[in-house]
Design a protein. Sequence first.
Length: 149
Amino acid sequence: MNHVEIYTDGACKGNPGPGGWGVWLKHGHTDKELFGGELNTTNNRMELTAVIEALRALQHPCQVTLYLDSEYVRKGITEWIHGWKVRGWRTAAKEPVKNAELWQVLDALASSAGHQITWRWVKGHSGDPGNERADMLANPGVEQALARR
């Protein structure tokens, strides 16, 4: 099984507002950059979308180390999602889970695509080269979304 390192980040100019996501995938000496954006979105949606698009880019099951600066996404996929599913996509407070449609896509990609994923949180904007590169890629995603107006 190939090992892939993935760095993801999301950005939003206003929350909600135009947003972008960025992904940097590394496998050996090969790397790939991905980015995109939406006009009316939130930072959390862009963080989720970055991870979804990163996993969609993998063409076969991989051993993945996924670095992200979003505790919302990391804790959501590793801790909270189990309870949400049991409660029919409701929080412990019986409220609908925000971004449930994205969480469902991420859950399917993370659990049924055959990947072995290690989720690693990194502090954002603290000089981590991979996180900085993913952040840099999210900005053209915002510009791309704005150009579609």
